[in-house]
Design a binder for this molecule. Structure first.
Ligand code: FAD
Length: 490
């Protein structure tokens, strides 16, 4: 039996490990943390669940190519009903409340009624969303591989993607922020500016809106932890082995295979898959920092997506508030050296089991690069103090805009990029690469050297869970091909 070591039990590592094990390769996963999921995780504080990973899952709707991966890996089990937020966002600016419905038709009606002078721009937006209706992240089989259940390549499906393909160069050439500027209403601009970071390309904005319109992008019950635990269970039920609290310290080429160095000693296998952040791995896991052309490009070209994540447990029932509110602040919030005029607050009041009876979990992602700010704070010994200050300021903004929460916050947490760096060793604490207009981040190759493979973030464009799942599967296929093994998906 061939053997494989996978470094990392994040979503890409688990996806790869499940397919490899099912294909008959004896697979061991090494994970430095105490549980599965990597940056896609949630945790508990004083009885509240803080969802720090999935906010929407692409491929959550049956019939989509990615859905097959979530099903085959057991990520979405029978006990994971999917919830769909509709409206997906609600802008709250004083007395003005403006909703962003899922359906593009309703979006056009709602926003058009709110701002009649934007009707033409809304018609164009709806057309652009329509162009992407049949565009789905493809999941294909690689060439030269024996596959037990091959995926059929449909020419009709491919042709249906035509409008999206034709529109793509234009949308990639401008930022989401610039695309949104065509709307005259500042409220519509703000509302659409919540969907993706305005710095990244407009393709990501239109693709995301079309995902919502298509009935995809739901939230699976149990969230990140249930999804990754389901995957870990699938893997172990197939006979795979996961070693938690076991960081890989190095990767070395060896006669007839590869050796992974761990505190417990070297582990030899026929192949290794590095699913931990490739940007970190190229400097840390090899005898010398890698100097291949792609590795040098990865160092110089990478644009990282970073954020801070604030979570509150509130002793109040907020089920009558919108599920995802973009609150325009009366006083801006300063955090991590960045300034926010508005915050997007996720309200989990209607998600069962996320808070004690009558209480509510609120979370908020504060996007932007704050790694160097927090690193400087740590070096000056001010890290904890600054975190407490940000939490206090955040609570005061929430109390100002949701007075029913005043004095009732009883659990808090703030994750900074240093948190993700510490737990998952991601580069500068980032959770994916940022795809700016005409900026192509360099990627690591899936197949690097005989027996050494990469997967996950930094091996494909864009990012998030779709990339983790698709590259995890593709890497498993590449490993199977190199070891001469038939690929079995289910
Ligand atoms: C707040 C937040 C919200 C998000 N929301 C969404 C969303 O709504 N939808 C979406 O699609 N995506 C979302 N994402 C992004 C998504 O979660 C990630 O892009 C994805 O999970 C990355 O998966 P990965 O397997 O490539 O990497 P990782 O999750 O980084 O997995 C790598 C694993 O390797 C382990 N590791 C690292 N070094 C070592 C070592 N030396 N030895 C052993 N193990 C090691 C790490 O601990 C980790 O478990 C979000 C991310 C964040 C932070």
């Amino acid at each position: 039996m061939k053997t494989l070591t996978v470094i990392g039990a994040g979503i890409s590592g688990l996806t790869c490990a499940i397919y490899a094990q099912r294909s008959g390769i004896r697979t061991t996963v090494l994970e430095k943390a105490t549980g599965p999921g990597g940056v896609s995780t949630s945790w508990k504080r004083k009885g509240y669940t803080f969802e720090g990973g999935i906010h929407w899952l692409i491929g959550s709707r049956p019939g989509l190519p990615l859905y097959d991966i979530w099903k085959e890996t057991g990520a979405l089990g029978a006990g994971n009903p999917i919830f769909y937020k509709d409206p997906v966002y609600t802008l709250v600016d004083g007395d003005i409340v403006l909703q962003l419905p899922r359906s593009a038709r309703k979006m056009q009606q709602t926003l058009g009624a709110f701002s009649p002078r934007d009707k033409a721009a809304l018609a164009v937006l709806r057309f652009h969303i329509w162009c992407f209706t049949f565009f789905h992240s493809p999941v294909q089989d690689i060439g030269g591989l024996k596959v037990r259940h091959p995926r059929r390549f449909s020419l009709v499906e491919f042709l249906k993607m035509g409008p999206a393909v034709l529109l793509t160069p234009y949308l990639m050439s401008i930022s989401a922020g610039r695309y949104i500027k065509r709307f005259r209403s500042p409220h519509i601009r703000r509302l659409l500016g919540t969907v993706v970071d305005p710095k990244i390309n407009a393709l990501s904005l239109i693709y995301t809106l079309s995902t919502f319109d298509d009935g995809d992008g739901g939230y699976p019950a149990g969230g990140s932890l249930r999804l990754s635990q389901n995957m870990a269970d699938t893997f172990t039920s197939l006979g795979g082995r996961i070693l938690y609290r076991t960081p890989a310290l190095g990767v070395r080429e060896a006669d007839g295979g590869v050796t992974v160095l761990t505190e417990g000693g070297p582990m030899q296998s026929d192949a290794v898959v590095i699913s931990s952040d490739a940007r970190t791995a190229i400097d840390k896991l090899f005898p010398e920092p890698l100097q291949d052309r792609w590795a040098r490009r990865l160092r110089s070209k990478l644009s990282t997506a970073q954020c801070m994540f604030v979570a509150l447990g509130v002793r109040a029932n907020l089920s009558d508030c919108p599920r995802c509110m973009q609150i325009v602040l009366k006083r801006p919030l300063e955090a991590g050296g960045l300034r926010f005029d508005s915050i997007t607050v996720n309200n989990y009041a209607l998600v069962e089991g996320y808070a004690p009876e009558g209480c509510t979990t609120l979370t908020c992602i504060l996007p932007g690069n704050s790694y160097h700010y927090w690193k400087a704070m740590r070096e000056e010994g001010l890290y904890r103090q600054r975190k407490q200050e940000v939490i206090a300021e955040f609570i005061s903004r929430i109390e100002e805009h949701l007075p029913q929460t005043r004095g009732l916050v009883e659990a808090t947490d703030l994750a900074t990029p240093l948190t993700w760096e510490r737990y998952c060793d991601t580069f500068e604490g980032s959770y994916m690469s940022e795809w700016r207009p005409w900026h192509f981040n360099a990627n690591a190759p899936i197949s690097y050297r005989p027996g050494i493979f990469f997967t996950g973030q930094r091996t494909a464009f864009s990012g998030g869970l779709p990339v983790a799942a698709e590259t995890g599967r593709r890497t498993a296929q590449t490993v199977c091909r190199s070891l001469g093994v038939e690929f079995v998906s289910r």
